[in-house]
Design a protein around this ligand. Structure first.
Ligand SMILES: [Zn+2]
Ligand SMILES: [Zn+2]
Length: 313
């Protein structure tokens, strides 16, 4: 017999990880996507020596890098994970597609993983802390490699409903999540297609694929992973954060401003990460353009009072 009651029954918290771990095929695919593009970067220099790199390749690679990179920084990170602005629906969908072109993760998995990183940053439960194995030289070297890419090979998948309930409920995001394999294949094929069409040659398709797909993906992956490894180990700490996040100036351009990572952990919802004088932040510039166009609203720009409160010294 059941007894009716008005009082809500407290629900137990959702588990940290999805019931279904990554499959063997997922892990093999990860290994392929990590290794093959990286080998392409190593081969890039001799390949470019006198042949195999034309202006078409440069343009295709740059455009693909910028579009997929900003999809991650402005879209997956500042908008979907941290809500540093509100986006009109077409912009929301465009950012989800652009970020998916990076072949990092689907928008749902990326956001869930990154929110868990902020919740436990550099403590037990952080999916990718370089401090995981300790502070000695050997432990930190191992930790750096783990934070850079080793963590991707852990079979657990962060629980989406626990860490990204807002996105799980959004039918547009569910669709983008399901379409991730299609967007990924498009991202792999598009540079070859463009290279072939623009030069009207098979060789143009080959070099377009080499630069615009393999080299571009590897560079973007390593830059993204450097935020997890390098920016949690070395650099300046002008702001108070609960973790070991640091600002790394030389990664600011390739990471579109994400390497001002100490400020980001000190004030995660802030739309601008490079807040000090001379700190370039291309992602913040793009958010400003979206705001001027009326596509983004309620942008959380930094205020001098808020920054002063978080400043060390
Ligand atoms: Zn971080
Ligand atoms: Zn973040």
């Amino acid at each position: 017999m059941t007894v009716a009651t008005d009082r809500p029954v407290p629900r137990p918290p959702l588990p940290e990880y999805e019931d279904k771990p990554k499959s063997r095929v997922d892990l093999i695919l990860f290994a392929v996507f990590v290794t093959v593009p990286f080998l392409a970067v190593l081969a890039a220099v001799p390949f470019a020596w006198g042949w195999g790199l034309g202006w078409t390749d440069v343009v295709i690679t740059l455009v693909m890098y910028i579009v997929s990179g900003l999809g991650v920084t402005v879209g997956f990170h500042r908008y979907f994970t941290h809500g540093s602005f509100k986006a009109k629906r077409p912009l929301k969908i465009t950012l989800a597609v652009m970020g998916s072109l990076s072949l990092e993760m689907s928008v749902l998995d990326w956001v869930a993983t990154h929110r868990k990183h902020h919740k436990f940053s550099d403590k037990e439960g952080d999916p990718h802390s370089p401090w995981r194995f300790g502070t000695g030289f050997k432990a930190l070297s191992k930790g750096a490699l783990y934070a850079h890419m080793g963590w991707l090979f852990e079979p657990e998948r962060v629980n989406r409903a626990r860490y990204a309930p807002d996105l799980v409920k959004d039918p547009d995001i569910q669709r983008m999540h399901r379409l991730f394999p299609v967007i990924a294949i498009t991202s792999l094929a598009l540079p070859a297609l463009l290279g072939g069409l623009l030069t009207m040659s098979l060789w143009g398709a080959v070099t377009g694929f080499f630069w615009g797909t393999l080299v571009r993906i590897s560079l973007l992956h390593h830059v993204t992973w450097s935020i997890n490894s390098i920016c949690h180990m070395f650099g300046d700490e002008p702001f108070q954060a609960r973790d070991k996040s640091r600002n790394v100036w030389w990664l600011a351009i390739p990471s579109f401003g994400e390497s001002w990572h100490n400020l980001h952990h000190a004030d995660p919802t802030c739309a601008r990460h490079g807040v000090l004088k001379g700190q370039l932040d291309p992602s913040a510039r793009v958010i400003r353009w979206f705001e001027q166009l009326g596509w983004a609203t309620d942008v959380r720009w930094p205020t001098p009072e808020r920054l002063a409160a978080k400043r060390i010294g």
